[in-house]
Design a protein around this ligand. Structure first.
Ligand SMILES: Cc1cc2nc3c(=O)[nH]c(=O)nc-3n(C[C@H](O)[C@H](O)[C@H](O)COP(=O)(O)OP(=O)(O)OC[C@H]3O[C@@H](n4cnc5c(N)ncnc54)[C@H](O)[C@@H]3O)c2cc1C
Length: 262
């Protein structure tokens, strides 16, 4: 059954990595005052391709709720339809429009807020930006309740560390927010972290702990209130690697919340 779509107008488009052809988009839904969603959810976008076929894709919302606005972070996929359709939208002089429905998804923060490790690669950073904007709003009370929040972010090259300024400033301002970025294909001159996200997540887990060593088949009503969760977003290989590592450290599957892009 076709879902009712809404029209979103592009307010602003910014190229945030020339080399990765990654764009940040700010949209407003027309005709409504508010667009309600949980940080971390995604929207579905709909457009007709050059063959006349209606195409639908999912995109994580890269912002926290704010009036009728939502933001996206999308990189061009070579030969792909929708990523290029979005990247070709123009915001000047009047923004192009996009048909969307949603929000959807269960990749949302547990309530009440607990310690948390956010793990992302590439545009998997989008929902993490939504989480941190909600936990640490610029113009409102802090919702992190003093919990320790780590963000471990992996990309290949330095030019692909999306939103680095925002996350660095957040870490400087909030002692309970810890930002770790790592490059898998760093140039020689790079002095920061190297390697894959899972090794940095493992370091946090080794110090913080969190593995409750409870069998995965324990009935739901007998599970304890976990004091830490890991939220993982990106391509399946990375998500699987982090889940496996956490399971080996005794983490229960309910403590691991993930969103796969492929
Ligand atoms: C829940 C969810 C949330 C998502 N959120 C985002 C987001 O915030 N930002 C974002 O950029 N993408 C996101 N994606 C991926 C997005 O939905 C599309 O798959 C992506 O933009 C490619 O679509 P396309 O139409 O350009 O390519 P397609 O025409 O669908 O595919 C073209 C070719 O590229 C391959 N391909 C598809 N996706 C990728 C990829 N991500 N990397 C490399 N190769 C790929 C396909 O296997 C195919 O061979 C999300 C996916 C899901 C399921």
């Amino acid at each position: 059954m076709a879902r009712e779509t809404r029209t979103a107008r592009l307010l602003k488009k910014t190229c945030i990595s020339e080399s990765a052809q990654c764009y940040h988009f700010e949209f407003a839904i027309e005709g409504v005052e508010t667009f309600d969603f949980h940080p971390g959810q995604f929207i579905s976008t709909v457009a007709v391709d050059p063959n006349g076929k209606t195409q639908t894709r999912a995109y994580s919302i890269a912002s926290a709720p704010s009036n009728n606005r939502f933001e996206l972070c999308v990189n061009r996929v070579e030969g792909g339809f929708f990523s290029n359709h979005l990247a070709d939208l123009t915001d000047m002089p009047v923004g192009g429009t996009l048909q969307v429905h949603g929000p959807y998804g269960h990749f949302i923060l547990q309530q009440p807020v607990t310690d948390a490790i956010f793990v992302a690669t590439g545009t998997g950073i989008a929902p993490m930006r939504g989480f941190t904007q909600w936990l640490f709003p610029e113009d409102g009370p802090d919702r992190s309740e003093g919990k320790e929040i780590w963000l471990v972010y992996g990309t290949r090259h330095e030019s692909e560390i999306y939103y680095a300024d925002y996350f660095q400033q957040l870490a400087a301002k909030h002692p309970n927010f810890h930002y770790v970025s790592t490059l898998s294909r760093a140039q020689e001159a790079w002095t920061g972290n190297r390697g894959y996200v899972q090794q940095y997540v493992e370091q946090i887990v080794d110090v913080r702990g969190g593995g409750a060593n409870i069998p995965d088949d324990t009935p739901k009503d007998q599970l304890p209130a976990f004091s830490i969760y890991t939220y993982i977003c990106g391509l399946n290989n990375m998500v699987s690697a982090v889940r496996t590592m956490l399971a080996e450290h005794g983490w229960h599957k309910k403590q691991i919340i993930f969103e796969r892009y492929d």
